[in-house]
Write a protein that binds this ligand. Structure first.
Ligand code: GLC
Length: 401
């Protein structure tokens, strides 16, 4: 579960509102005086995530607007200086751990409100049309703040399983703009087991500098590899068209798009990080919560096609995606099939087939039809299949999947 939550939940126009709507700095920062999410219940979020089959979460500890959702020792622009007054990051970490979920932190490298950080996407640039060039002192202050924040987050909040640093601009990639090596050295020293994403490294062919790769709102067509070596990866995706809460955005994706997205990632050895954008009261928007519950219903029978699974070499039948675990193939239906399903390459290799949602055995059909089946194709006849269903195909022991 990806969680985008910050001051931007108050205007409710997504997490980029500061830049896109060209807020005046003081006016935006004044939102902190109004932030009082009394309905925030991290245990409820954690139960929702767990119920949907999720194994870990990633919360925005600070986004590009620079506002800290934790009790920073280094700035007053933070959650503990709002009417709410509590350290949201700490509450989140404790509640999610209690539910047995792993805890991840998102932290923005850009800070549009800091004079030591100048960016073409900050409102100041968009308004004036020219970049403020930070003085050496300003930039050092910016870099030190980033360092101290990450130091605090990796020493005062228990075990952090994952760090999602977002992001290096193209025009900042060469320079050691963020103090990359020093940052990474400190982070790994404080949290030896942590996984750090690729967005600080920017250079996507430099495996050494990151633990996992982060495509965004898409499902890649193959396992992700850098210089011929497969890398860990995770696609992050929105449920509607925004990361941060957007009041007017009701364009939620259908459940099958989300389950297919997860299966698609797993079928290429990746993960899915599905986003929610809680509102200014601390609630996950109702439609998003409902989708997560529906996702949980699906996961309760289809979860075994995800957990511990990865890519298969076998070619799936029309309209389907395969995941694999040992000698079990999971056949996910993108759409309800016309009728019988023809499995390429599996003739003589199947021990049993069952439709997971109903538990019904799926018969193989051996003497049927006028179509020109290839010798290695096996026709099967599942009943009542819907989009999102999964057939579990157990292969005969010794078959190389
Ligand atoms: C992009 C956006 C940011 C969002 C992130 C999620 O970097 O700038 O708003 O948090 O993607 O991956």
């Amino acid at each position: 579960m990806f969680i985008h939550w910050g001051l931007y939940a108050i205007p409710g126009r997504g997490e980029w509102t500061y830049a896109r709507d060209r807020w005046e700095k003081g006016e935006y920062e004044a939102l902190a005086k109004r932030f009082n999410p009394t309905a925030f219940d991290p245990s409820e979020w954690a139960r929702l995530a767990k119920g949907a089959g999720m194994k870990y979460a990633v919360l925005t500890t600070r986004h590009h607007d620079g506002f800290c959702m934790f009790d920073s020792h280094w700035t007053n622009y933070k959650i503990t200086n709002t009417p709410y007054g509590k350290d949201v990051v700490r509450m989140y970490a404790e509640a999610f751990r209690k539910e047995g979920l792993r805890v991840g932190f998102y932290h923005s490298l850009p800070d549009w409100t800091h004079p030591g950080y100048a960016d073409r996407e900050s409102p100041e640039f968009i308004q004036r049309g020219e970049l403020h060039t930070p003085t050496a002192e300003e930039h050092t202050a910016f870099r030190e703040l980033l360092y101290h924040h990450l130091e605090q987050l990796t020493t005062e909040y228990g075990t952090i399983d994952l760090l999602f640093l977002d992001y290096t601009s193209r025009w900042k990639a060469d320079a050691d703009y963020f103090g990359r090596d020093r940052l990474l050295e400190m982070i790994y020293r404080n949290q030896p087991g942590i996984l750090v994403d690729d967005r600080l490294a920017y250079f996507k062919d430099n495996v050494r500098d990151f633990d996992y790769y982060t495509p965004e709102i898409c499902v890649p067509n193959q396992p992700q590899a850098v210089k011929g070596r497969e890398v860990l990866w995770e696609t992050c995706a929105t449920m509607n068209d925004h990361w941060g809460y957007c009041r007017s955005d009701s364009n939620y994706k259908p459940l099958e798009t989300l389950t297919a997205g997860l299966i698609g990632c797993v079928s290429k050895n990746g993960n899915l990080l599905l986003n929610v954008g809680p509102d200014e009261t601390g609630r996950i928007p109702e439609r998003a919560a409902e989708l997560l519950r529906e996702f949980g219903n699906w996961f309760s029978f289809a979860g075994e096609a995800v957990e511990g699974c990865g890519a298969s070499e076998f070619r799936p039948p029309f309209g389907c995606v395969y995941t694999r675990k040992g000698r079990v193939l999971y056949c996910y239906f993108l759409v309800a099939p016309m009728g019988d399903v023809i499995l390429p390459q599996l003739k003589g290799k199947i021990e049993s087939i069952v439709l997971l949602r109903t538990g019904e055995a799926v018969p193989m059909v051996n003497d049927w039809g006028f179509e020109l089946l290839r010798n290695d194709e096996q026709r099967v006849r599942p009943r009542g299949v819907r989009a999102g269903d999964v057939m579990k195909i157990v292969l005969i022991d010794g078959v190389d999947a």
